[in-house]
Write a protein that binds this ligand. Structure first.
Ligand code: AMP
Ligand code: MG
Length: 349
C-alpha cells in the first residue's frame, strides 16, 4: 500500500465516526432559571450538545446580570448616572450599554406619540414605583400636576456621534417598559452566536423563541388578566416574541382603588383604558414598548398607536372582559378562556 495515501483514508473515516457519534447523542430540552430584571427568567434549549448549551446559558445569565444593574432605574449604576448627567445639560458619553437603549427609546417615544415615555421616571417615582416596597397611598394631586406641567420627553435628549445631552432639568430615565424586551433580543442573539438554534427565553411570561421544541412549535400561554389560568395560547414561529403589559402586574390598593405601575403621561395617573395588552412581533424590544404604549392608549386609542408603531398582532382585554384584536392576531391565537368572552376584531389593522 502506498503510504502517502494513508492520511486521505484516515481523515474521512474519522469524520464518519464523529458524525455518527453526534447523531447517536439524543436531543434533550435543558432548562435553567435565574432571578433577574425583577422577575424569574427561564431559558429552555433543545440540544444534542449539552456542554455547548450550558456554556451559552452561563454566558447569557452573566450578561443579563450586568444589564440588570446597568439599566436599573433607581439603584445606582450606569442608568442613574446617565439620568443625573442628562439633567445637567452638558454633552457626555454614557456607558456603552446605555446609548443604543436611549436612541431606540426616542424612536419608540415618537412612534407611540409620546405614550411610551421612558424620560418621565420622576413621575413613576412619585407614584412610588422606584422602590422595592410599594407605598400604601397615592401621591397628592398637586404633586402630580406640578410634574405634568413640564413633563420631560425623549425628545429632550440630543444625540451626536455617541455623545448625548439633555435639555430638561428633570429627566429621569426609566427603561422598565422595554428593558426586558431589549435584553431578550440580545439574549436570543447571544444564544444564536453560541450555535443554539432551538430555544425559548422567558422573562416572567414575556418571551422570544427560536426554532422549535422538536415535535412542535414553542407554545406560550397568555395569562388571564382577571383570574388564575390561561386566557389564550400562541404557537411561536422562529424568532417571534410575545409581550404583555397588564394593570395587575405591580401596584397597590388604596380606598378600594387599584393604582398600578403603567402611568399615562397625558393624565399623570395610572392608565385606565384597558386591563392588559399582548403584542406578538419578532422584535422583543418593540413588542415590549408597544404593549406598554397600547395599554396607555386604551380601548379607544390602541388601533391608531398600533398603526403608528407598525404593530399588527395585538390582543387587548378591556374592563368589561371583552377581547379586542387585530386580524393578524386572530389568525395566530387560540382562545382558551372558558366561558369565552366577546371578541371584537379591529377593522383596519
Ligand atoms: P411593562 O410591564 O413593560 O408595561 O412596563 C412597565 C414599566 O414601565 C413600569 O414599571 C415603569 O417602570 C415604566 N413605565 C410606566 N409607565 C410608562 C410609560 N407611559 N412609558 C414608558 N414606560 C413606562
Ligand atoms: Mg413593556
Amino acid at each position: 500500500m502506498n503510504k502517502a495515501l494513508r492520511p486521505r483514508w484516515i481523515l474521512p473515516g474519522l469524520a464518519i465516526v464523529l458524525l455518527s457519534l453526534s447523531a447517536c447523542q439524543s436531543e434533550e430540552v435543558l432548562s435553567r432559571q435565574s432571578f433577574v430584571f425583577g422577575t424569574l427568567v427561564e431559558v429552555k434549549i433543545r440540544t444534542s450538545d449539552r456542554d455547548q448549551a450550558i456554556d451559552a446559558i452561563n454566558t447569557l445569565f452573566s450578561r443579563f446580570d450586568k444589564l440588570h444593574s446597568n439599566w436599573h432605574a433607581w439603584k445606582p449604576g450606569a442608568m442613574t448616572d446617565t439620568s443625573a448627567k442628562l439633567s445637567q445639560g452638558e454633552w457626555f458619553t454614557p456607558a456603552a450599554s446605555i446609548t443604543p437603549v436611549l436612541e431606540y427609546s426616542q424612536q419608540l417615544y415618537r412612534d407611540s406619540r409620546g405614550l411610551f415615555n421612558p424620560a418621565m421616571g420622576r413621575l413613576v417615582a412619585l407614584w412610588g414605583f422606584h422602590a422595592d416596597t410599594l407605598p400604601d397611598k397615592p401621591p397628592e394631586k398637586s404633586a402630580i400636576d406640578s410634574i405634568l406641567l413640564d413633563l420631560p420627553g425623549m425628545d429632550d435628549i440630543e444625540f451626536n456621534n455617541g455623545r448625548v445631552r439633555g435639555h430638561h432639568p428633570h429627566i429621569v430615565i426609566d427603561a422598565g417598559g422595554m428593558a426586558k424586551g431589549y435584553a431578550v433580543n440580545m439574549g436570543i442573539e447571544l444564544l444564536r452566536r453560541h450555535g443554539i438554534s432551538n430555544a425559548l427565553l422567558n422573562a416572567g411570561g414575556d418571551l422570544c423563541g427560536i426554532g422549535s421544541r422538536g415535535d412542535r412549535a414553542w407554545r406560550v400561554g397568555i395569562r388571564h388578566p382577571n383570574r388564575q389560568g390561561v386566557l389564550a395560547s400562541i404557537d411561536l414561529s422562529d424568532g417571534e416574541c410575545v409581550f404583555t403589559s397588564g394593570d395587575y402586574e405591580r401596584g397597590y390598593d388604596y380606598e378600594n382603588h387599584h393604582y398600578h405601575h403603567i402611568i399615562d403621561p397625558r393624565t399623570g395617573y395610572p392608565a385606565d383604558g384597558a386591563v392588559s395588552v399582548t403584542v406578538l412581533h419578532p422584535n422583543g424590544a418593540l413588542a415590549d414598548a408597544a404593549s406598554t404604549a397600547l395599554l396607555v392608549a386604551g380601548v379607544d386609542g390602541w388601533q391608531e398607536i398600533a398603526e403608528s408603531m407598525n404593530i399588527d398582532k395585538v390582543l387587548l382585554v378591556d374592563h368589561q372582559g371583552r377581547l379586542h384584536m387585530t386580524a393578524g392576531m386572530q389568525k395566530r391565537v387560540v382562545i382558551r378562556d372558558n366561558p369565552p368572552q366577546e371578541i371584537i376584531i379591529a377593522p383596519q389593522i
